[in-house]
Write a protein that binds this ligand. Structure first.
Ligand SMILES: [Zn+2]
Length: 411
């Protein structure tokens, strides 16, 4: 009764427990196969006899109560009278010659996702080399699975919306491009580089992505991306990412702020400098105290106030244009508002806005942004801080794809 119960607990139906030992901090579970004999692996015959037990195999199994568990498996020698083959007992819970059960190895990768091999090794009290070997093999197959599922979802998606954006491998050094399915919420692929020729070369080698039929693609204002997307997905609507576009406006606002700051008293200058971020923040997300400060800052200069209102008007335009047609009209009005501000930073920004007018207004066709992409880019940043594994580009890519599609992982 007791051992039957423990067998269930261990979920190893081929074994019965004969004894449990507690050695230092580990559990050693002595087991026996429930069956008395096994068929001959050579002739499949049943004329088999037992020839004793050579030794005990010590095999690591799933931990219990925070302690390591080892199964003590007898290496039972068998002999086939029919074909005269000698062989040892084959356990289904562990592969021949292995020191870990299949269940144990399958449990390891989940400790590494979101952490490092070193941390997982410490947590599971397993040698680093073992964790690394198991994890790499798992990553290879799991990545293939995850990518296949994500790809199929994108292929089958009605009105697929893609997002592309770059992320730094090491800031200022090299860049990669991420390809995202915004509607499906998945990370599809990592493309090395971010230049037009990099993207073209990658699609040449990976033509499966050419067969996607996106209704729209969201991206920043990099010309290379727009040229490329217009080439490979000519019928897709190209949308300039709202948050990238907004950054141009807040940058112009900060240029103006820096300039007027110079003529202020030292106390006012200090205060404005310390709170410069408040100007960039949406007015409706400021606290009462912050609103007061912003009002105070806007008293300093007519130009600053005009630019601030112009920035806020753009947020309203994004939030409140009720159709694409109305958005185009509203955009023209907003451009006009900017043209009345006499400042080179604003005029320079307006030039960019006018150049990208169509792509900016396209937002109001589908209202998708690359916000999820930014979230994943932060995940990649954290991943890169934990590791510096760029030596092996295949592992690097697999790791990113798994980490960014965590909800698709089967463990
Ligand atoms: Zn045989």
């Amino acid at each position: 009764m007791h051992s039957h119960f423990t067998s269930l607990l261990l979920d190893l139906k081929e074994l019965s427990i004969s004894n449990i030992e507690n050695v230092q901090d580990d559990f050693l579970i002595h087991v026996q196969p429930i069956d008395h004999l096994q068929t001959c692996p050579q002739c499949q015959g049943t004329a088999v006899i037992r020839k004793g037990c050579a030794y005990q195999r010590r095999v690591r199994h799933l931990s219990a109560f925070g302690r390591r568990v080892f199964l003590m498996l007898p290496a039972i020698r068998l002999f086939c009278k029919q074909c005269e083959a000698s062989f040892v007992w084959q356990y289904t819970c562990v592969m021949p010659g292995k020191r870990y059960t299949i269940q144990f190895e399958e449990s390891l990768p989940s400790h590494v996702v979101g952490a490092t091999v070193k941390q997982a090794s410490k947590q599971t009290k397993t040698p680093k080399t073992t964790v690394e070997r198991v994890f790499k093999r798992w990553m290879e197959s799991e990545c293939k699975h995850v990518q296949t599922v994500c790809k199929k979802q994108a292929m089958d998606s009605e009105k697929l919306v893609l997002g592309i954006d770059d992320f730094a491998i090491r800031k200022g050094h090299t860049y990669n491009t991420g390809l995202h399915d915004l509607r499906g919420g998945t990370f599809l692929d990592v493309i090395p580089g971010r230049k037009l020729e990099d993207l073209r070369a990658y699609y040449q080698e990976n033509p499966q992505w050419k067969t996607l039929q996106p209704a729209a693609v969201v991206m920043d204002l990099a010309q290379g991306y727009h040229t490329f997307i217009a080439e490979v997905y000519p019928s897709a609507i190209r949308i300039a990412d709202r948050f990238h576009v907004n950054r141009y406006i807040t940058e112009a606002l900060q240029v103006v702020r820096k300039q007027i700051q110079k003529d202020l008293s030292s106390r006012a200058r200090q205060q404005l400098k310390q709170n410069f971020r408040l100007l960039g923040k949406r007015a409706d997300q400021l606290s009462e105290k912050e609103t007061k400060l912003v009002h105070q800052f806007l008293q300093y200069s007519d130009v600053l106030r005009a630019v601030y209102n112009w920035k806020e008007a753009f947020i309203t335009w994004y939030d409140c244009s009720s159709s694409h047609a109305l958005a185009i009209k509203g955009f023209a009005r907003w451009i006009e508002q900017g043209e009345n501000i006499e400042h080179s930073a604003v005029q320079c920004c307006l030039k960019t806005m006018k150049n990208w007018q169509e792509e900016i207004c396209n937002y109001h066709h589908l209202r998708f942004t690359n916000a999820a992409v930014e979230g994943r880019n932060n995940k990649i940043k954290a991943l890169q801080r934990r590791h510096y594994f760029t030596r092996n580009p295949r592992h690097y890519k697999q790791r990113i794809l798994l980490e960014c599609n965590e909800e698709m992982i089967r463990c």
